[in-house]
Design a protein. Structure first.
Length: 229
């Protein structure tokens, strides 16, 4: 699997290529900010339930499978970017996630939202796993959905990095979005909020390193990024 994005690892001016230890540091920083989701989800009280009239989705426990498969997907996505992504795009990747995760955590703290626990019946493996998540994962920090903004950011950057696989990432994002609804883990507004903050982070990340506006590829399957400004 080869990237369709031209390498731009030559720094501009005094900017130096990030070393692997620095890359790992920034990834650890992103994860540290995102992990603030755990205490905000479990210990915050009050707030409001962002439920709309269209939030009448049935619970299908089998959808817990794509819901939990997000976690290894994210780990692989971060690892591959850390070791393989060219320097300038990686800087955009880092800035995008820092902005998105910071905005989201601030929303969790200052505008708390929650999802009501669902009543689950059955003892099959999918229902048991979903029940465990409902009882132990916390019901706060609903808006924006972390499942959505993390997956959306990965989809955006990997679609830019490997444009021929864009449709696959769109499909993954759709499946993840549906999994949050059919497991009663999120509402529609949580998904829309997750997409919004992901796009804001993506825009800021690419703008920060001079990738916006992104030009139209000159030929099919030959996406290129503009030269460093």
């Amino acid at each position: 699997m080869t990237s369709q994005v031209q390498t731009t690892e030559k720094g501009t001016g005094s900017q130096k290529t990030l070393s692997l230890p620095k890359r790992l540091f920034f990834i650890a920083l992103i994860l540290s900010i995102q992990l603030l989701y755990i205490p905000t989800s479990e210990r915050i009280a009050g707030g409001f339930e962002p439920k709309l009239l269209i939030d009448i989705f049935p619970i299908w426990p089998v959808w817990v499978l794509p819901y939990v498969l997000c976690y290894p997907l994210w780990l692989f996505g971060f690892a591959w970017a850390t070791f393989k992504m060219e320097d300038r795009l990686f800087r955009s990747f880092v800035v995008a996630f820092l902005v998105t995760c910071t905005i989201s955590v601030c929303m969790f703290i200052f505008f708390p939202t929650y999802v009501r626990p669902a009543e689950l019946t059955g003892s099959d493996i999918f229902t048991s796993l979903l029940r465990f998540i409902h009882e132990n994962a916390g019901r706060y920090s609903a808006l924006p959905s972390g499942h959505i903004y993390i997956t959306a950011l990965l989809a955006l950057f990997y679609s830019l990095w490997y444009p021929r696989y864009k449709s696959l990432w769109i499909l993954i994002l759709v499946i993840v979005s549906l999994s949050t609804l059919f497991t009663a883990q999120h509402y529609v507004l949580d998904i829309l909020g997750g997409l919004l903050v992901a796009w804001v982070g993506y825009y800021v990340g690419l703008k920060w390193t001079g990738f916006f506006p992104i030009p139209t590829p000159p030929a099919k399957n030959n996406a290129t990024l503009p030269p460093p400004s």
